[in-house]
Design a binder for this molecule. Structure first.
Ligand code: 16G
Ligand code: MG
Length: 541
């Protein structure tokens, strides 16, 4: 490798910001866009090194997902579509923070440490969202890749799931799909239309829906796909990014889920499904207003249980014996866990927050469904599972044939709002369910998620997939005590706290049989966190 160009660009164009340290967290680097140009340049370099190490195409997605429009970020995607290996997060952090004059030495050290063949060609697949800063950051990333002799494959402005799809297709010689944006859209639309057929005599399901694009790239992608879906789905788009609406502002999946309210910019039409995606379209949330105008949320837990229940039904009907399981996080509503385990009889596992942890646990099953309550999730099929389903289909098993199309409509490479939406629509139509019917399957326990400010959130450590606190030592016994008190002991109550991986706060989640109890529990646990873990500012009340 030749480092002249890297040295020159570092000295002249991409000088490091003094006095800031960057940390590669759960979702890569994410912060105010103005601070990120140098980081993106360096991540271009890192992606080249990672590509050489893996002898494969590596992905780079420039986005800050559901964060405000002024933020941006970058995630590196490994060859099979997973988030970059945890061991390399530290390498990314080191490169991002190296002094300008130390940068080349840091890269050389990394090459040596990981025993990388410098002659190995490197290819980086780059995508970006619609943020105003994404063009400048994209230019910096590409400059970084080229400075050390890497080749760039441009995806343009795309959703995060398209970028993951493109990385996977580029690495497997196109067997997962055609490695183009059009290839992605066509694969999903074709599988969807095949599953929906034409017409049908549904009395409860309606093919009409409202799509809330969060004023981001999900809106753009839906504009591209909606015409090809029109035979089976009547989509009216809002917050599509074409007007003067602001990205993620009072709309989109994160807003709807966290505020538990109807998105701005979407007409309040009773009984119509509203599909909200986040700023990079890897999360999806459904909601609707009933005839009294009351708001109802159908979140990731609800989508996961719908999908797992449906897959179980198909497997039984196809008489294909495969191990199906569902992975949730501690945030999953207790009612959903109870429903899927008790009523549907599908085993449920709990992973730490963060896509990579869920993804990893889902691989334990032949068919692993994973979803975070926030709407990020997908389904993974093992090679063996695909093989037995395809063999059954080839032998004339029509249910197995349907399962093959279900596999094609799913984006296995990462959670994908549009792909998940299409699958939900397939299931609702097949069950002939209205959105109310879907909502009736179980009743969510009232819950509350709040933030507590502490001086140093790293004093809190957790175990048992974040459901119990290890330190500060006295905190978990205090929470347990509270849960055993007469007030909560018989109220299906559950609570936990964990340090956020993306914000400087501690998150407290509480649920209980009534809204009052859930609120009171969240306040009391917040006070315990505040008292035991060095709370700052006003004590929660
Ligand atoms: C990141 C994670 C998301 C998780 C969220 C939790 C990825 C790609 N994204 O956005 O899965 O739900 O962090 O944030 O893993 P928190 O740690 O601030 O609660
Ligand atoms: Mg996202």
């Amino acid at each position: 490798m030749d480092f002249q160009s890297l040295e020159k660009l570092t000295a002249e164009k991409y000088k490091k910001h003094a006095s800031r340290t960057f940390n590669y967290g759960t979702a890569g680097f994410r912060t105010k866009a103005d601070d990120l140009e140098t980081v993106l340049f360096r991540m271009g370099v890192l992606a080249v090194v990672r590509s050489k190490a893996m002898k494969a195409h590596i992905g780079m997605m420039i986005t800050a997902s559901h964060n405000p429009a002024c933020d941006n970020g970058v995630k590196i995607v490994d060859p099979r579509g997973e988030m970059m290996a945890v061991a390399w997060e530290e390498h990314a952090t080191v490169l991002a923070n190296a002094e300008d004059l130390q940068l080349v030495a840091s890269v050389q050290q990394l090459l040596q440490q990981e025993n990388i063949n410098q002659q190995q060609p490197a290819i980086v697949v780059v995508g970006r969202d619609t943020r105003p800063s994404s063009d400048v950051l994209h230019a910096a990333a590409v400059a970084g890749v080229r400075a050390v002799g890497g080749q760039v494959v441009e995806c343009g402005v795309v959703t995060t799931p398209i970028l993951h799809y493109r990385v996977v297709c580029a690495n497997d010689g196109g067997s997962y799909g055609t490695p183009t944006n059009e290839g992605y859209s066509k694969k999903l639309a074709d599988a969807f239309l095949k599953l929906q057929g034409t017409g049908g005599s549904q009395s409860r399901y309606s093919s009409e829906l409202q799509f809330d694009g969060a004023n981001g790239v999900g809106g753009c992608q839906m504009s591209i796909m909606a015409p090809s879906l029109a035979a089976a789905l009547t989509i009216t788009q809002y917050n599509d990014g074409k007007g003067d609406g602001v990205l993620n502002y009072k709309c989109g999946a994160d807003h709807v889920k966290t505020t538990q309210s109807w998105p701005g910019g979407v007409p309040a039409t009773a009984g119509t499904r509203c599909v909200s995606v986040d700023g990079d379209a890897d999360r999806v949330i459904y909601s609707f207003l009933d005839s009294n105008g009351a708001f109802h949320l159908l979140d990731g837990d609800r989508i996961a249980t719908l999908i797992a229940g449906y897959l179980k039904q198909l497997l039984t009907r196809a008489q294909v014996s495969l191990k199906l399981g569902l992975i949730q996080t501690a945030y999953a509503n207790g009612a959903s866990t109870q429903y899927i385990n008790g009523t549907l009889g599908v085993p449920v596992g709990c992973a730490k927050t963060g896509v990579k942890f869920l993804h990893h646990m889902a691989l334990d099953y032949d068919i692993g469904v994973y979803f975070e309550a926030n709407g990020h999730g997908t389904v993974l099929f093992s090679d063996a599972a695909k093989k037995s389903i395809r063999e059954a289909a080839a032998a004339g098993n029509s249910v197995a044939e349907r399962l093959c199309s279900v596999i094609d409509v799913i984006n296995e490479t990462v959670g994908d709002a549009i792909s998940d939406m299409l699958l939900v629509e397939v299931i609702l139509k097949e069950q002939d369910w209205s959105v109310e019917d879907w909502n009736k399957q179980y009743t969510d326990l009232p819950n509350r998620l709040v933030k507590v400010l502490v001086a140093d959130r790293s004093v809190i450590s957790t175990t048992n997939a974040e459901r119990s606190c290890v330190t500060p030592a006295a905190l978990q016994p205090a929470i347990d005590n509270l849960l055993r008190s007469t007030e909560f002991a018989t109220a299906n109550a559950r609570a936990f706290c964990r340090p956020s991986g993306t914000e400087d706060v501690v998150r407290v989640y509480a649920e209980a049989s009534t809204r009052e109890l859930a609120d009171s529990l969240s306040t009391k646990v917040s006070q315990l966190v505040f008292d035991h873990a060095g709370g700052v500012g006003a004590r929660p009340k």
